[in-house]
Design a protein around this ligand. Structure first.
Ligand code: HGY
Ligand code: MN
Ligand code: MN
Length: 423
């Protein structure tokens, strides 16, 4: 049964709109890990999974898992192909970043089930809840639990209201003691594939709807605290000041200079807090975050060392104290070559030209790659805009993505010589 990608695109758009309603704030999309809005979105996704013929469960960190046996009459235990993405969002987010991958997985499996396609593996569609790290100063915790790499030290991390991750898990109705049971065994898993809006301008520039991801950048997130001395803005002579913000400003310029000095590297200072933050007080303390990314691991490590040295030098010259605290680190990963080839063939089956590109954004696929071969399919992003309510993927492109995932699954199964599409 050939998928109707126009109809699939329209349904994807409708499901995306349905999920976009679950936000903590009117007028903008804010959906944080283990929040009431996460609960609403998870329940909605569970309903859509059941309607698609999947059996639904939820693990100890709230990941919704839709299971389709797929393997029909296979007698021997089969592996499971994982298709997923995340439901949580950044603050004032676009509505496609994350949900598109969950919706695409549900629609693809629903089509395969209704077409009676028999596969040599089962499929789990996964809706993760913590890819963005918008609530707690950690990220990828739900996919980390699925690969058996959850860091229990993060249970003590607190959100902006002082609620710890452990308290939030319990308030969500789960038991942190069960997190170990979230993990898949590597021997049970076939592969992981994720559909995601590109969040960049490459596909639009190539005038193509779909891209096959070659690899995902390595990432370091740090908190930098600069301590000087608060003082009266009118009475302290300039040469006697220990102005934490003036020092931090020079350090932030170093972030930009160092990133520009390394090809392909990006670095961002996204949050700055000035204390006490009064117009007539010399800032006594500044805290800022730093997000540094590169496909080149050695360059990323060298850049971190260069920044630490520069920050210490500025602090010494201005009699300030600077503390640099890494709080998130994940290595660059290459997507599995065999899966990339199958994805590219699946895109060509739709008479489209697959574009091969790296991901500057982090994804759950980066974590899943430590468990099994992993790959990503990107969907064209209007203007390359993301982490912004203007983010947009067209129904036609989303339909093509679902069609490509359907073909990917069939090709992957056929490659094992076991697919038996029903008539
Ligand atoms: O920051 C990222 O790259 C992802 O959107 N969390
Ligand atoms: Mn995302
Ligand atoms: Mn994101």
């Amino acid at each position: 049964m050939k998928p109707d990608i126009v109809a699939l695109g329209a349904r994807a758009e409708k499901m995306i709109e349905e999920l976009a309603r679950f936000s903590a704030q009117p007028g903008r999309l804010v959906r944080l890990f283990l929040s009431p809005q996460h609960r609403q979105a998870a329940d909605h996704v569970a309903g859509r999974m059941r309607a698609a013929g999947l059996s639904v469960s939820e693990d100890a960190l709230g990941t919704v898992r839709g299971h389709w046996p797929g393997a029909g009459r296979a007698r021997k235990p089969v592996k499971t192909l994982l298709i997923g993405s995340h439901l949580d969002s950044v603050i004032d987010a676009g509505k496609y970043d994350g949900p598109l991958g969950v919706v695409a997985g549900i629609l693809a499996v629903e089509h395969l089930a209704r077409a009676g396609v028999e596969l040599p593996f089962a499929i789990d569609v996964l809706a993760f809840g913590d890819e963005e790290g918008s609530r707690f100063p950690a990220t990828l915790s739900t996919s980390a639990a699925c690969v058996g790499a959850f860091d229990r030290a993060t249970l003590g991390l607190a959100d902006a209201d002082g609620v710890t991750l452990e308290q939030a898990i319990r308030a969500y109705g789960k038991d942190p003691g069960d997190i170990a049971h979230c993990a898949y065994k590597a021997a049970e898993v076939e592969a992981y594939v994720e559909v995601h809006i590109e969040q960049g301008p490459v596909l639009e520039g190539e005038n193509q709807p779909l891209g096959v991801v070659t690899g995902i950048v390595g990432q370091s997130r740090l908190r930098v605290a600069v301590t000087g001395e608060a003082g009266h803005a009118g009475t302290v002579p300039m040469n006697m000041r220990r102005d934490a913000l003036a020092g931090a400003a020079l350090m932030i310029c170093e972030v930009e200079r160092i990133a520009k000095a390394h090809a392909g590297m990006v670095a961002t200072v996204g949050h700055v807090e000035v204390i006490p933050g009064a117009v007539n007080v010399i800032p006594g303390r500044v805290q800022f975050t730093m997000d540094l990314r590169s496909m080149d691991e050695r360059a990323r490590e060298a850049a971190l060392r260069a920044f630490a040295a520069a920050a210490q030098g500025i602090a010494r010259a201005r009699k300030l104290q600077v503390d640099v605290e890494p709080f998130h680190e994940i290595a660059a990963v290459d997507c599995a070559p065999a899966l990339r080839r199958t994805l590219a063939l699946a895109v060509e089956d739709l008479a489209l030209r697959p574009i091969h590109l790296a991901s500057g954004a982090g994804h759950d696929a980066q974590m899943m790659a430590s468990l099994c071969p992993s790959a990503m399919l990107f969907v064209r992003c209007r203007g390359g805009i993301s982490h912004n309510p203007a983010e947009y993927a067209s129904p036609a492109d989303m339909g093509a993505a679902v069609g490509a995932i359907i073909r990917f699954v069939e090709r992957h199964a056929a490659a094992q010589g076991a697919a038996m599409a029903s008539s």
